[in-house]
Design a protein around this ligand. Sequence first.
Ligand SMILES: [Zn+2]
Length: 406
Amino acid sequence: MPYDLLIKGGHVLDPGQAIDRRMDIAISDGAIAAIQPEISASEASRVLEVRGSNRYVVPGLIDVHTHVAYGATTPGVGIGCVDPDVGGVGSAVTTVLDAGSVGIANVGVFGAHLLPKAKTRVICYVNVGTFAHTTPAAADVMHMEDIDRKAIASCIRANPGLIRGFKLRLVGPVVQERGEDVVRLSKEIANEHGVPLMVHIGDGRHPDRARAGELTRFLLKTLTAGDILTHLCTPNPGGVMDAREAAQSVVPELEEARANGVLIDSALGRGNFGIEVARRQAELGVRPDTTSSDLTAGGRRLGVGLLDSMAKFMSVGYSLSDVVRMTTLNAARGIGLGDQLGAVAVGREADLSIFDVVEGKWKFTDTLNQVFTGTQALVPVQTIRKGELFSPEWGPYAWGWLPEQA
Ligand SMILES: [Zn+2]
């Protein structure tokens, strides 16, 4: 038996390599061993038949914005994190990036508990705020001293390889007062350690939309290649729609930043997706490079997840191929792993996602409680991570995976 596992008969969709056809994929020792139109079932010890006209096999999906520091915060007190495998292999996702659920005070949970146990590949971007998300106030930088450059350096020395980037939320009173200083210092720290900075835009409690927009423009001029802007479609103050132009255009600094190599992510979650913003951006040709979930424990009960984000973008008019590209090739490149992830290729780790596209009339709700409908929803079927098979979790609704019917 040359192969451990054969994925047989599936419609393989890998937009990064222009693969969109029926292919068989053979796996051995956790890596992809062969991709051919026909591989005999007799050549593998296990065979997974993938049948159904709306069932797709895609490169392992990558969710670049999740909150999976499960156990680092206390339920009911800080941010509600999910176990990495809930948003990961239990949801047809093979790689999750934790986007600043913890600061250096509590990032230790990754090395001690999460990474040794997770089946999902987990990448940690630590919050610049020391005590991030341990209390409701600590969701944001509480005062300038909360960004402790010395302690961050010491943390990085003591935990080699753990921290792959920094996360900053452009939210809260200190940011409202001294946003430029906060951005400048965070970027200096990221530079000091040679890792990217990911920044959350959109502050629902900001009293001054014009001022919030100014700060976002400053941010976009400060970010450099490899950095990530997240929440492209936020309707909150501080979004990329130009407050000077009645929010009908996008600030010019956005495309300048993208041209400089900044990744434009659209993490939806519950708090930062406006359907009108997304539609207007699509009309303007302003497309996100990646989409992601902003998954939290609370969102997990309300449909939030990577497949949900993909379905919502499909309702805006993006194709399945578009959203798969965003969550495979683009995401892999965006987090600097384009040479390892995001493609179905011989020799690579066998990370694959299998899901169904289910036609219907599906009801979604955005951050402003505007209801919109889509005709396609995505439901996970199996996840293959390093050659190992995982079945989906129950799903983000009481009844499973599909959204409510409109
Ligand atoms: Zn988030």
